[in-house]
Ligand binder design. Structure first.
Ligand SMILES: [Cu+2]
Length: 250
């Protein structure tokens, strides 16, 4: 009996001593910096493909010519690029509060909306079905648990969280093979998705040096180093040059 208690005590001391020190939660000081930029596309991208939705007659939207969304560009500016801070001393030093707001992933006319999105570890992803048909939502992560779940018409939202940072997690629908979305999960709020004019903005960065990375589903990854001083608003543009692909590794 005495030995058992002693062993338990020893074990608890060992376990406690091996806990990593808790990082402080970052609280804004008013000195934060901002990153803005444009994602450019040089060269002729592959054409998006026609989607045959006849297998599910409830899918096609009469105002929408169904096409894949792999390349959405406008006058050499590229949308749906995930832009994120990949590394930096401040990211190692602090925890960043998880927003209480949910991130929405809708399913409408048998597309995921938006096509590319980001959220923080532990933040709610609220998945809606706005269609008169059923979907089967199926993320295929590498570092997080995989799941798939049917969502019938008028079903309540699925609310999910991710436990670990991972860029990017593909999401598919087992019912409609053309449906694709990509989710970037991070331990901090410093990410954005380029809009239809290729623009992005990341606010609230503590001054410091960072690795800023971008990802596109066909054109891969690029990254640069940026040093931000107090209150700075810095421009950081990227170009995916299809004739000279450059970096494609994460
Ligand atoms: Cu579906």
């Amino acid at each position: 009996m005495k030995i058992t208690l002693f062993m338990l005590l020893l074990l608890s001391v060992l376990l406690t001593s091996q806990q990593p020190a808790e990082k402080p939660t970052y609280s804004p000081t008013g000195n934060e910096a901002r990153l803005v930029g444009t994602i450019m596309l040089k060269g002729t991208p592959p054409k998006n493909k026609f989607i045959d939705m006849t297998a599910d007659p409830s899918c096609p939207d009469i105002d929408h010519k169904p096409q894949t969304e792999s390349v959405i560009s406008n006058q050499g500016r590229l949308a749906n690029v995930f832009v994120y801070v990949k590394a930096g001393d401040n990211l190692d030093a602090y925890r960043f509060a998880v927003p209480e707001s949910d991130v929405i992933l809708n399913q409408r006319a048998c597309y995921f909306e938006p096509h590319v999105l980001g959220l923080q570890v532990g933040q709610n992803l609220r998945i809606l079905n706005s269609d008169p048909t059923f979907h089967n939502v199926h993320p295929t992560p590498k570092s997080n648990p995989e799941w798939n779940q049917t969502q019938v018409a008028d079903a309540p939202p699925l609310v999910k969280t991710f436990r670990r940072a991972e860029v990017m997690i593909p999401i598919k629908c087992n019912q409609h093979p053309w449906m694709k979305a990509y989710v970037g999960v991070l331990n901090h709020p410093f990410f954005a998705v380029s809009d239809k004019l290729g623009r992005f903005e990341i606010r609230g960065l503590p001054p410091g040096t960072y690795k800023l990375a971008v990802w596109h589903e066909l054109f891969g990854f690029q990254e640069i180093d940026v040093t931000l001083v107090t209150g700075e608003s810095r421009n950081a543009d990227f170009t995916f040059d299809l004739d000279n692909p450059g970096q494609t590794v994460n």
